[in-house]
Structure formats: structure tokens, C-alpha cells
Design a protein around this ligand. Sequence first.
Ligand SMILES: Cc1cc2nc3c(=O)[nH]c(=O)nc-3n(C[C@H](O)[C@H](O)[C@H](O)COP(=O)(O)OP(=O)(O)OC[C@H]3O[C@@H](n4cnc5c(N)ncnc54)[C@H](O)[C@@H]3O)c2cc1C
Length: 507
Amino acid sequence: MTTVLPRTPASDDRPLDILVVGGGINGCGIARDAAGRGLDVMLVEMGDIAGATSQWSSKLIHGGLRYLEYYEFRLVRESLREREVLLRLAPHLIEPLQFVVPHAAHLRPRWMIRAGLFLYDALRGASALPRSRAVSLSGDGLGAALSARFTRGFCYYDAQADDARLTLANARGAADLGACIATRTRLVSARAEHGLWQVQLEDLLHGGVRRVAARAIVNAAGPWVGEVQGRIDGAHAGARIKHVKGSHIVVPRLHQGAYAYLLQNPDGRILFAIPWLDRYTLLGTTDVPVEDYAAPAIDAAEIDYLCARASEYFAVPVRKSDIVTTYAGVRPLYDDGAGEAAAVTRDYVLHVEDIGGAALLNVYGGKLTTYRKLSEQAMARLAGHFPAMGKSWTHAAPLPGGDFDGGRAEFAGELAGRFAWLPREHLDVLVRRHGTRAAQLLDGCGMPADLGEHFGAGFYARELEYMVANEWAVTADDLLMRRSKYGIILDAAQRERVTRHLEGMRS
Ligand SMILES: Cc1cc2nc3c(=O)[nH]c(=O)nc-3n(C[C@H](O)[C@H](O)[C@H](O)COP(=O)(O)OP(=O)(O)OC[C@H]3O[C@@H](n4cnc5c(N)ncnc54)[C@H](O)[C@@H]3O)c2cc1C
């Protein structure tokens, strides 16, 4: 027998304005935007925040140079402009990154790359990032780790993000504005009655079913968008989704220097080699159409492909035995009918329908980079249902932790003065993860012992408990793979201590 639990967001019986389904980047972005316009919002996520596609990206906030070949000028322009906005709003989570494109004459002529980069620079509008340029790869410089046959190339700039924490920052921002964030909660069914959605939610952590009423549902379930539609009475598929798996391998750092490589492949695709977590290189990605999107994993052919393609460029070949870890995600792409998986648009489509006076908005496709703009447009599409809601606001409001008055380095310097006993390296990591909220996390600490148990590599009980209290962390995986990446850095015994500490907090 199931227990009926009370709704969490408010103690009264007022219906919600918006129920957002999906705690990926798009759902969290929409929840924050809506809450900031004064709407009563609840977000349900059946797993953890950023537990699906939004933690498995290439972690780039980018225009997408290769999309120019598919004439996606609108998308590239919007993405490049969003890159500038997001660099301003979340400087702790998003940083500029230089890309080097080795020239491979047999794949694309120099003039073509030069023209593409010229267009890329032109589409971005005002930017503090340097413009693209031709570079020499000979000698000890940008090509030092590459095979000697790559002597010339180009440089351009994009940005690198912590995708899971960017998603989390949006969830945190939504909650700070009054939204209820319910993780481990699944939308089971919804039916429109007298202009309101009557929704059944399943609490996957404690068991039981919770009922809420809402004026609008936003279906931001990413790869599950069609499945969630199937749970909503009367919903029509506004578009189709193509599920395309993309996988990455992580290997020990292939090159020194704080820049990434964009490597062209004979199949027309490109591969990124991106410095990651100081000690690794992230190599990806692939484009494999899949039917099963629930638990994606890299396959042997993708591993061979990534190793072989990277080995064509690097002086020292990349071998399977070098791989530290791998990950795979499924892109929920809007199906525009393109034959090749790599050619399917990365643009997004919003579809709104009115079912018995209740609104349903479905999100198809999109990129990490465009989530803020997508959220703004989602709210514009729902404006008719909420005539009194506030105006667009997210373009000027830093994400939680991003409100540095004088820049990240200055803030870290001030904090280093206040917490002089804390190794500077550890403090910088905290500021990169939590931004200005690192001060809140450390508040009241006066000596190393105040940080509690040390699990390894600078991860202390103090931060773990902060993540549980403020960031909806429930399991060790939430802490080690999304709130941080200690899951890759710590050994098995250290990870086990994290699990035991969590269990101790519960008992
Ligand atoms: C390999 C790869 C590389 C990428 N690289 C980049 C990149 O570098 N830059 C970039 O801009 N974009 C990139 N992307 C695209 C980007 O990651 C995705 O577009 C984005 O993360 C999708 O977010 P989402 O919120 O739509 O979906 P998701 O993150 O998948 O979120 C949907 C959520 O809905 C939840 N859900 C589903 N059903 C229910 C239900 N019934 N009840 C409650 N919750 C439910 C799921 O648990 C899930 O967490 C990449 C994608 C992949 C796969």
C-alpha cells in the first residue's frame, strides 16, 4: 500500500504555478528563471540533480565551430553570445579555454578553417576573449606534444565549464528564490481537470506517492521527454527526439599547457582533447544513434575510435591501457530528419499545448551552452498563462557563488587572508567549486581541525556536510561524481570513508 505524503512546497493547498519535470540543465534553468519572476515553482527529478545528460557533456560553453559547416548560424551566434553572458554570471564554474586546431591539409584546406574562424569571431559580438589567429606548431610551443608533421595551425577561444555544478547552481538559485527542489521524485502521471494539472509524484527515496496541482507542466526530461509525455493524459508529441550517444575517455594528461586541441577526423567529425582536473585529458566525443537511453556506457568500438583518432595527432599514441575512466551520455536531439547522427541539429525546439486549460511545455534538444536562453524563451512561451509574471532577469543576475565584486582571484585573496591556516591550493579549489559561497562553507572555522575528517586530496567532512545540507546530496556518488570529481581522484578506501561518513550522518 502506498502512503500519501503532503506536498512540500507550501503548507497550504494553493496549486503550483509551474511543475518542472527534470533536474538537468534545462529543467533547473527554467525553474530558476520562473521562480525569479515570482512564480510558485516545484522541480521534480527522479534521480540526482544533473544525474543524466547534464553531467556527461564535453563541458564546453561554446559556439560550436563545427556547426558552421551545417549552416547553423542562428545557433552558433546565440551560443557564442551566451558564452559571454555565462562567463560573466558564473566565473567560478566557467573559464575561457584556448583551442589549438592543427592543420591537416588532406582534411580541410587552410582557407576553409580561416574563413570558419573569421565567421566565428564575427558572430560572437563584443567579447573580452582574444580573436582567432594562425600559429606555428613547430618547436616547444603549442604543438610540442603532437606528431612532428603538424607544423601549422590556428588558435581560437571558447570556454570550459563544470557542467554538473552549473546545473546545481541553477537548482540552488531556484531554491533561493522559493522553488521547491525534490530529487529522487518521479512524475508518475498527470491529468488536466478544470484548468489544473493533477499530478502524482512518486517519492523514490522514502516511498509513497505525493499529489500536487499545477497550472503548467514543463517537460524538461531530456532523453525521457517522450516517455514523460506518455505519462501525461492528452499530451501530443510536438516533435521527435533522436537519441545519440556520445562517449569520452579520460587519460593521464597528454600535453602540458592550459589549452585544448580540436582534432579533425577523416570521417568529417572532430575530436576534442581537453585538459581536465589538472592531471587528465578528456578525449571525446562520438555520435552513436541508440534506442536505449537509460544507462549509456561506452562500447569497445568507441574506445578504439577515440584512441585511434587521437593517436593520429599525438606524438605518443593513446592506448586502451592508458584509460583512467570513461563516461557516456545520450544527447536528446531534436529530430530534424538529418541522416548522419553528427549532422542532427543541436538547436532546441519548444512546443506548448493547452490541454483542458492547463499548459504543457515540452523541451526538445538544446545544449548546455544555450540553457539560459532556452529558459528565457520557455517563459516567453508560457507568458499567456501567467500575465502577471516578472520580466526577463537572468541575463544580469550572477548564479549562486558568482557574485564576485572584484573578480575571483581578488575574492580568493581576501579569503586566504581570513583563513590563513588553510593551504592556498585547497582554498582555490573551494572557490572554484562554490564561488563566493566558499565563505559561507568555511564560516566559523578557525583551525584545520574544524574542517573535520579528511577523506583525501583536500576533501573534508565540512564540505561534504555543506553539500548534504545545501546541495541535495544524498549518496556518495552525488558527492563524488557531481558535487565534486573526487570519485576519479580518491582511491577505493578513501571513497569508502566518504560512504561511511554519510551513513554516520544518517544514524
Ligand atoms: C557526450 C555529450 C557531450 C556534450 N557536450 C556538450 C558541450 O560540450 N557543450 C554543450 O553546450 N552541450 C553539450 N552537450 C549537450 C548537453 O549536455 C545537453 O543538451 C544537456 O545536458 C541536456 O540537458 P537536459 O536538461 O535537457 O537533459 P538531462 O540532463 O538528461 O535532464 C533530464 C532529467 O529528467 C529526469 N527525468 C526523466 N524522467 C523523469 C520523470 N518522470 N520524473 C522526474 N524526472 C525525470 C532525468 O532523470 C534527467 O536527470 C553534450 C551532450 C552529450 C551527451
